[in-house]
Design a protein around this ligand. Sequence first.
Ligand SMILES: *Cc1c(COP(=O)(O)O)cnc(C)c1O
Length: 465
Amino acid sequence: MSKYYISPILEKIRKSSLSNDLQYAHEAAIDYIDKLDGRSVFPSESSIKNLSIFDEELDNKPCSGKEVLDLLHNYGSPATVTQTSGRYFGFVVGGILPSALTSKWLTDVWDQNSAMYVMSPVAAKIEEVTEKWLVDILDLPEETVAGFVNGSSTAITIGLNTGRNYVYNNLGYDVIRDGLSGAPKIKIIVGEDAHSTVYKALSILGLGNDNLVKVPVDDQGRMLADKMPELDKSTLLVLQAGNVNTGSFDPFDKICKKAKDAGAYIHIDGAFGLWANACDKLKHLTKGMEYADSWSTDGHKTLNVPYDSGIVFSRHRDMLVNSMHMTGSYIILSDQRDSMLYTSDMSRRARAIDVWATLKGLGRDGVNELVYELHQKAVYFGDLLREAGLEILNDIVFNQLLVRYESDEKTEKLISEVQKSGVCWLGGAKHKGKSVMRISVSSYKTTYEDVKMSAEDIIRIAKTL
Ligand SMILES: *Cc1c(COP(=O)(O)O)cnc(C)c1O
């Protein structure tokens, strides 16, 4: 017997069977998946009401693993939005490919910290390989490196941070050392339809939101290349692959080479659209993107990797590492991959393994086909709705559709009735001042049958308005 304290609670947890609990979690998960197809895509009012079971004070006493799971499965599972079914079109959320989900289960048990090689050689190895595969499949310049973060919001922030430091460096100013207060002026250029996370990133980085040059866009949200102001080495230019409403792409072939020759720094926000470059038939959309300096994308959208999976790519390894570098006497860097050098995080889960498993499970051809099929399903959706008299406001170049039914009022009513019906789920937006129904096709799970069923429900409801 030890004279030191033994916690009875921890002792009990140590002695309980983890393998029984894992088995139980496994059964609950299978049960969830088995019931998915018969469910309303958005949870019922009663399931949402039942969530009040979670409104309790934290008990002094512990609770078994099984009890924890029971609460989650009995009350949590029915209240989920079934994003992993084939009929969720609300936001670009992707799905979970089986190879990624199952490998995540296994690697969750590993619980590796991927900050440094010395903390997890396997996480470092797989991350290094995943970086190479991504650079290859997205056809990025061979010197490109990748940082694995939680989403595009962070990936954009890191890309623009590197860009900011790069531009100040061009101007002979060391912003890492001397800070922003005495810094020279730089020119920040965005498209009028830039995603709001770009504005957030700029504000986090101390670059402000009001002093930007906003380049006008066409009716699809694409920057007008001939409206681009003068570019030089004091310019930070932010472009977009995949407009959040229309799915359109800025004309990289008309902008990027010129901007690069002028000495500007270019970042491309390609949260879901960058994957066009991994698809033979859609690669024309991203032509010219290879001249950029950094790119950000999500694994958890088009590639159908589980959350959370954002990736920042940079062709300036040293500049990125300088921007993210941290030191401490206890930090042990190696001559292997130390992943924290590429991201704003230090400790984090080994999320690159999810991307690796997805790529490995799909193969090069699978990625190509996934991206193309998402596009084709969006085109089919558009055809069905158009034939029935609804208006499609955008060119369906990728996976996005904007649909309108006669007036703002009818369109908004249609959206809320479709949401209630439960066959599918989608949201609304404003496009050029008009109310639109916004449809994103982003899951491998979606079949043409799902699209047909969903379109028929939308058309049926429209006719009742
Ligand atoms: C989704 C999205 C983002 C933000 O990505 P998160 O992964 O949600 O942080 C940024 N830009 C565009 C174009 C997006 O579609």
